[in-house]
Every structure is written in C-alpha cells, then in structure tokens.
Design a protein around this ligand. Structure first.
Ligand code: CP
Ligand code: NVA
Length: 312
C-alpha cells in the first residue's frame, strides 16, 4: 500500500506517469472518464479551512466513480480526544482511502501507520505536496510544449524564485520537490524565516542534494528566474504573528518592478488564496504572466491522477 504524504513518496518515473495520466484526464474530462475509484468511498478530513483542496478532491473522487465522504474534524470524536490510531482503524473499516488536511505532519504519518488504506496529504504545517505536484504539472504543460512524455524532463535545470515566508509549508515543498526534480529553488525572505532543520533533515533522509539557496535580497533571488512564486505571509495557524509578519515581509512583495528582473517569459504563480497588496500586487496577479487560475484548475486533474495511482 502506498501513501502520498510528501513529494518524495513518488519516484521521478512515477511522477512522470502521474503527469501523463493527469494530462489525459484533463483532455478527456467528461468523456473518457477513468473509473479508478469505482465502488470505493474516500474520506476527506479537514482540520483547517479550504476552498480549492476541498472542492477539487470532492469532485475528483466523484469523477473517478467513487463516493467522497466529507469530514470536518470539529464534527468528529477526534476533536474530543479520540486517538488518531483508533480513528484510522475505525475509518479503515468503512473507507478505501483518506485525504487529510491537518496541523502537525505527524498526524498524517500516525494515521497512515495505524490505518489500512492509502493516505494523501492535503496540506500539513510541514508540506503541501498536492499543490507542488500541480504547480510543476502546470509549468510542464507549457515548458514541454504540450508533450506529456516530456513533462518531468522539461522542469530540470529551471530556476524558481520563492519569496516571502520561506519557512512555510509551500516553501518546504519547493525545497524538497525541487531537489528531487533537479530544479534550482532561490528563496528570499527575512532573517528568521530560513529553511528549518526539519526540511534539511528530510532532504537527508531522502538522500537528496540541496538545490536551494536562501537570501534576504528579493532581487537576487528573482534575477533570471523562469518562474516567481509566493504564498500568503500568514499561513493558517500563524494568525497570532500577523502584525509582525506583515511588517517584516514587506520587502518581499512581488510587484511589477521585481517581475522585470525575472526572465522576460517568466510565469508568476501563487497557490492561493492571495492577499492582493500584501505578498503580491493586484497588478501582478492580473498580469499576462500570471497563471494562477490554470494552477487552481489543475489541482483537480493532478489529484485525480494521484488517487488513481494509489489505487492502481
Ligand atoms: N491552495 C490551496 O490549497 O487552497 P485551499 O486552502 O483553498 O484548499
Ligand atoms: N501556506 C498556506 C498555504 C495555503 C494553501 C497555509 O498553510 O495557510
């Protein structure tokens, strides 16, 4: 049984095959439907808010022929102290797989270990691998000139700049996934938001060489980048630090001036939700370089391919 808790839970060859399948699912949506989850029921358990992830997984499970069972943690006994292990064991008697958005990454690992069904990380405080995979697919669609068999290869050697909270889950996903795919990840953020020991240890455990750099100079990171990425400055769970973060991260706002330092054909991406005027200007969000809504759409296609892969 396989889980998808982090980018490196798929090999490069498996990532390439997920991309190829996602491209086929996208092209054939509404016609050549896969029935990969026929007669299956998948739980979608959320401890945090969500718009894209919740809807794209619910629709995705349905489109693969399965029944999505929406579970809000607040409505379940787990929020009154039932253990993760018991919850995983009980739900494994009903369901065929589980998609979980949570705070501590360890909950995903404990759930996967105690249950007897595949578990997918729909975002933890540590990583957001479904978003990262989708972001890479969205770039590869463009950089491979639409040739799905070259999606993974088209990413190798590229430079991605990531600005703002360079210690957040999205940044960690770029550090880990970028190393696996051979992409240069140029992080720029304030002192105190450098990549943590936790993500460095993960690279070690996966036997990967670091492909990231960290600087406090936004311009240096963006120079010559093929894509510029940012995420919210106040991630879910960080609300108490809001005032401090909005002040410290100001120099890392992605604006038109900064985008000019990237390659002329560079893309702008954001996992969303965006806060126009904070981490990015409204102008950049709406510019021709911005591919944020294609990115959001692709969550559906890529996640369907991941679910199909886990139940193959
Ligand atoms: N990008 C993303 O995961 O969005 P949601 O928080 O709306 O699911
Ligand atoms: N870093 C953000 C990502 C939201 C999709 C958060 O954790 O809130």
């Amino acid at each position: 049984m396989r889980h998808f808790l982090k980018e490196t839970d798929l090999t490069i060859a498996e990532t390439a095959s997920v991309f190829t399948h996602a491209a086929a699912l996208k092209a054939g949506r509404g016609r050549n439907q896969s029935t990969a989850l026929a007669k299956q029921s998948w739980g979608l358990l959320f401890f945090k808010k969500s718009t894209r992830t919740r809807v794209s997984f619910q629709v995705g499970v349905h489109e693969l022929g399965g029944l999505p069972v929406m579970l809000n943690a607040d409505d379940m006994q787990i929020s009154r102290g039932e253990t993760v292990a018991d919850t995983a064991k009980v739900l494994s008697r009903y369901l065929h797989g589980m998609v979980i958005r949570c705070h501590e990454h360890k909950l995903l690992e404990d759930f996967a270990q105690s249950g007897t069904m595949p578990v997918v990380n729909a975002l933890s405080d540590f990583l957001h691998p479904c978003q990262f995979m989708t972001d890479m697919f969205t770039l590869a669609e463009r950089w491979s000139k639409g040739k799905p068999e070259q999606y993974a290869a088209s990413l190798k050697g590229r430079k991605i700049a990531f600005l703002g909270d360079t210690a957040c889950n999205m940044a960690n996903s770029f550090v880990l996934g970028g190393a696996a795919l051979g992409i240069e990840i140029a992080l720029a953020g304030p002192k105190g938001y450098e990549p943590t020991d936790e993500i460095r240890q993960q690279l070690k455990r996966d036997g990967l060489k670091e492909t990231f750099t960290f600087t406090t100079d936004a311009k240096e990171a963006v120079k010559g980048a093929d894509m510029v990425y940012t995420d919210v400055w106040v991630s879910m769970g960080m609300e108490a630090e809001k005032a401090e973060r909005l002040k410290t991260m100001q120099p890392y706002q992605v604006n038109a001036g900064l985008m000019k330092l990237a390659k002329p054909d560079a893309y702008f991406m954001h996992c969303l939700p965006a806060h126009p005027g904070e981490e990015v200007t409204a102008e950049v969000l709406a510019s021709p370089q911005s591919i944020i809504f294609d990115q959001a759409e692709n969550r559906l296609h890529v996640q369907k391919a991941i679910l199909a892969f886990l139940t193959r």
